[in-house]
Write a protein that binds this ligand. Structure first.
Ligand code: FE2
Length: 327
């Protein structure tokens, strides 16, 4: 069928119920039907109403308060819609059998599947009596999974991709479990559809991390992260750390990386002879854009195992690397 044939304007569309309610164990079709129709459906309907209202707004006349309220409401309803769809798509399995890929990913990021399970359930228990969501989310920035608790619809991780959702709003369980959230959480856990969670994980890992800083002019100069330098120092690995912040900057600098020596980048010829070729050299400047890279490039050209510390002095400060008074 032509997908656009029955197109009904640019609105948010209903997603068919993903799980098969009659197959669930301890969660009745009645509960799912009510949840899908009255809560998911209401969020979607209201989302479209608010969106239409926003589309018709005259931004030159409307008050900032009215615009702010509508936009907040729209985001709240959109997230409620998305998370409900994920919730229904999280159910329908036996909760026990984790396929290999998702089992390995969870073990990598949570030590073990049982540790993940403990944490996920503990987060849900902590939300009992309140409203919100418990999510297993993939974070492309760090290529890892994290459990999160959200006390409303809008607390999703920026750039994160939730792949499993537990609805902790009262409407998700009350007609069947009353206040017994422990029984509801257990029922959710034994209905997780791990095959679909794994499929969503496989989709999520294809999302590229946010673009890193590109320094094309120094693409041939090796770099090292502040965390790696910290690791080298902590492990006692020999390394020569040279602070090459410009003289005009260093005269007003108050601190210096503990373990580094300052050298004037404009007088590299005078101090290059004091360096050893037996141990790696790390140079850095204030933010990591120019001087530290140029110094590393010059040292590399002279035959040293040299690299620049990405992000410079401030990356070191940002990770709370130890500093000492700059005298
Ligand atoms: Fe819900």
């Amino acid at each position: 069928m032509d997908e656009g044939r029955f197109s009904v304007s640019a609105q948010f569309r209903v997603a068919p119920l993903f799980c098969r309610p009659w197959t669930l164990n301890g969660i009745s079709p009645r509960l799912i039907e009510s949840h899908y129709e009255h809560n998911y459906g209401a969020a979607l309907t209201r989302l479209n109403a608010v969106t239409r209202e926003l589309e018709g707004i005259d931004f030159g006349i409307a008050t900032p308060q009215a615009i702010g309220r509508l936009k907040r409401e729209q985001i709240d309803l959109l997230n409620s819609t998305l998370l409900h769809e994920l919730y229904f798509a999280s159910l329908g399995g036996d909760g026990r059998t984790l396929p290999e890929v998702i089992a390995n990913a969870i073990t990598r990021d949570f030590r073990s599947v049982s540790h993940w399970r403990q944490e996920f359930i503990a987060l849900a228990e902590a939300l009992a009596g309140d409203a919100g969501w418990i999510l297993l989310t993939y974070v492309p920035r760090d290529c890892r999974l994290i459990n999160q608790s959200a006390s409303d619809h809008t607390q999703s991780i920026a750039g994160g991709i939730p792949i499993l959702a537990l609805d902790m709003y009262e409407h998700a369980y009350h007609i069947e479990y009353g206040p017994n959230t422990t029984a509801y959480i257990a029922a959710f856990m034994r209905n997780i559809d791990w095959a679909s969670v794994e499929a969503r994980y496989n989709d999520a890992v294809k999302v590229a991390p946010p673009r890193p800083l590109q320094q094309s002019e120094f693409k041939d100069v090796p770099s090292i992260t502040a965390e790696e330098v910290q690791g080298m120092l902590a492990s006692g690995q020999p390394v020569q750390i040279i602070d090459t912040r410009p003289r005009h900057y260093s005269t007003r600098a108050q601190d210096i990386v503990d373990g580094a020596v300052w050298r004037d980048p404009e007088r590299l010829d005078e101090w290059i002879g004091t360096l050893s070729k037996e141990a790696p050299v790390v140079t850095f400047c204030v933010y990591g854009f120019h001087i530290g890279c140029q110094s590393a490039a010059a040292l590399k050209a002279a035959g040293f195992d040299a690299r620049y510390m990405a992000g410079g002095h401030y990356a070191w400060k940002a990770i709370k690397g130890p500093v000492k008074l700059f005298e």
